[in-house]
Design a protein around this ligand. Structure first.
Ligand SMILES: [Zn+2]
Length: 310
């Protein structure tokens, strides 16, 4: 009998569902709904169970064919437990235990932070998954996930893999984490746009500062625009500094770069590599950097892989 798993990516705005066949991990159906933020987890878990039933029905699948449900959530998670999740208004919640009340008892549930889950899925989606991998997700925020010996590193409190908040420069403005000098304050969307506008005061540029986007910055950097090139170079330099710090702590097999900003493509990887060579210690200089492949489906793919393995 064909078996399946679900990957569910619970965000502050939307919940994405993916039905995957196992063992091939083929995506059978995708569905997206808005996140209900009433009654805390009750409304979310009711929707998860209802949607799974609905997708099953549409595909002629019995619940007994569903092996597990993998869940990605936008906050630190430790062994399925969430201390605080501001985006979902959850506090002190054991997701494993709570969600079990809404699904048949024998269905496996595996939960982790969304960036950790994406890291897991990206690594599993490589031709040969690595034992040790570091994943960056560059977007509005900068997040990440660390895979050690094939397992997600959640750490003691679930803060493992929060590499966007590595201290990489002496800053004064507060970061979303409450401190300053974080990688996110150089490589996150608002930091990139701010830096371009600041440099435009001193250097000539073709950038449209009124309607500026990160895509514009990378596109113009490719054409040699001075301001755009300086911004991209700065992103590459600080990404490289953070990667070199991680290299002497973890010595990973690979760095995978994902998130919306990674759509910039080779220019991003090439700029990081150019600087990484200068900062890498010992024999860590040849650790490869690759672009992530799973894109917007990183959460559902990762969650499905994660529950399939657990
Ligand atoms: Zn921070």
């Amino acid at each position: 009998m064909q078996k399946y798993v679900y990957g569910v990516d619970i965000g502050g705005t939307n919940i994405k569902f993916g039905l995957f066949s196992i063992p091939k991990m083929e995506l059978i159906q995708k569905l997206e709904d808005s996140t209900p933020l009433t009654n805390h987890e009750t409304s979310v878990f009711t929707l998860v169970a209802e949607t799974i039933n609905k997708i099953n029905k549409e595909n002629g699948i019995e619940m007994s064919q569903v092996e597990g449900v993998g869940i990605a959530v936008p906050c630190p998670v430790k062994d399925g437990y969430v201390e605080k999740c501001p985006n979902l208004k959850w506090e002190k919640l054991d997701i494993n235990l709570s969600l079990k009340k809404y699904l048949p008892y024998n269905i496996k549930i595996a939960v982790s932070n969304d960036a950790n889950i994406a890291a897991y899925g990206e690594n599993q989606s490589l031709e040969i998954p690595h034992k040790n991998a570091v994943f960056y997700t560059l977007g509005t925020g900068v997040g990440g996930g660390i895979i050690i010996d094939g397992e997600i590193l959640e750490g003691r409190t679930g803060a493992g893999g929060e590499i966007g908040h590595m201290h990489v420069f002496e800053g004064t403005e507060p970061c979303s984490c409450g401190l300053s000098g974080c990688l996110e304050q150089i490589c996150g969307t608002s930091a990139i746009l701010k830096q371009a506008r600041e440099l435009a005061v001193y250097y000539p540029t073709q950038l449209n500062l009124e309607k500026l986007t990160v895509k514009n910055v990378f596109d113009y950097a490719k054409t040699g625009d001075v301001v755009a090139a300086k911004v991209v170079d700065r992103i590459g330099e600080y990404m490289a500094i953070s990667a070199s710090i991680l290299s002497v702590s973890l010595d990973p097999d690979i760095f995978i770069i994902g998130g919306g900003i990674s759509k910039a493509g080779d220019i991003l990887i090439d700029t990081i590599k150019k600087h990484y060579i200068k900062h890498a210690r010992f024999n860590t200089g040849d650790i490869p950097f690759v672009l992530a492949k799973t894109g917007n489906d990183a959460g559902i793919i990762g969650a499905a892989h994660y529950v399939n393995k657990n």
